[in-house]
Design a protein around this ligand. Structure first.
Ligand SMILES: Nc1ncnc2c1ncn2[C@@H]1O[C@H](COP(=O)(O)OP(=O)(O)OP(=O)(O)O)[C@@H](O)[C@H]1O
Length: 296
């Protein structure tokens, strides 16, 4: 009998968490899976269960939770020879990975989509030995722009929020970044470096419209140190999806990137605090097989 593990974060699903778990279980059991349910209680649990799913020879893991739970689940599977097929029920506020894979953000619909026969081999990234699914951001603006919740954004509206955030560029200290990729070198003052794997970053689906989950590339944007006037045009570019054409943005796509600085600069990885610079980022093409909705 095939084995499946449900990894559920009850705090992301609130009062409906138990209902979602039982709906998923019903679907899997109807498909002849022997199902184990593991609920997380705090940090590290999803990674622990992700690892055990590999060790126990699970064929399928369903992550029910937000990006944080998903991030931990895939990190638990790092370096394991047998990695199970992954299904996602997004219950977070941002849900970038689900957005990029066209998985419904309505949990009930996402659960129905687990019946899909369609799968996709999806790239993941590695940053200083840890996996990431969406984004690595570094620089003084990284925290401000990429750790915000959709709720906060919806209070202001995405565009207004962005304009507010980007106005900070004027007052934000820009650090000197030294970036190496594919034998090329970029050095300059920048308040923000962003490396993305998917087209959805921090809930903004237009930051990097060309990034495909399986294109084998890390799409990188380095914002040059800019003034008050251009911060607004930059915001508009980000919102309408032509950021890489902006004159104050250095864009490149690469398989491997190294970012250093002589200053202490923190990073944000998939919405959580990541390692301080220096960072080595590389893409792991087709690292995870994921259930995706059937095309209409
Ligand atoms: N039972 C629990 N009660 C409270 N917190 C939990 C529980 N289980 C896991 N957590 C914590 O929940 C966090 C992950 O939450 P979640 O999966 O909703 O991701 P998220 O990053 O908050 O999602 P998003 O940014 O998309 O809203 C982790 O910090 C984890 O330690």
């Amino acid at each position: 009998m095939r084995k499946a593990m449900i990894i559920s974060n009850p705090s992301s699903g609130k009062e409906k968490a138990a209902q979602y778990v039982s709906q998923v279980r019903d679907i899997l059991e109807a498909r002849q899976y022997a199902v184990v349910v593991n609920e997380t209680a705090g940090e590290g649990d999803a990674a622990h269960y992700g690892l055990h799913a590999c060790k126990d020879g699970c064929d399928l893991v369903i992550s029910i939770g937000g990006d944080g739970t998903l991030h931990e689940t895939i990190n638990g599977m790092l370096d394991q020879e047998q990695r199970p097929l992954l299904g996602i029920v997004p219950l977070g506020t941002v849900n970038d990975f689900a957005r990029a894979l066209h998985i419904s953000l309505d949990p009930e619909e996402a659960i129905e989509q687990l019946r899909s026969e369609q799968t996709r081999l999806v790239d993941l990234g590695m940053v200083n030995g840890r996996l990431f699914a969406n984004v690595v951001a570094a620089g003084s603006l990284a925290e401000a722009l990429f750790s915000v919740s959709s709720e906060e954004k919806s209070k202001l509206g995405s565009f207004a929020y962005l304009k507010e955030g980007l106005k900070d560029l004027v007052n934000t200290q820009a650090n000197v970044l030294k970036i190496e990729y594919d034998g090329q070198f970029w050095e300059g003052e920048s308040p923000l470096f962003v490396a993305v794997l998917t087209n959805s970053v921090g809930g903004f689906e237009k930051l990097s419209p060309d990034a495909e989950v399986d294109d084998g590339l890390i799409h990188c944007f380095v914002i040059r140190n800019i003034g008050v006037f251009n911060s607004l045009t930059l915001g508009t570019s980000l919102f309408f999806g032509n950021l890489k054409e902006h004159k104050d943005v250095h864009y490149f796509a690469s398989k491997e990137v190294h970012v250093r600085s002589d200053e202490t600069i923190r990073t944000n990885v998939d919405g959580e605090e990541g390692p301080a610079l220096p960072i080595d980022i590389r893409v792991l093409p087709g690292y995870m097989k994921v259930i995706v909705p059937e095309k209409d």
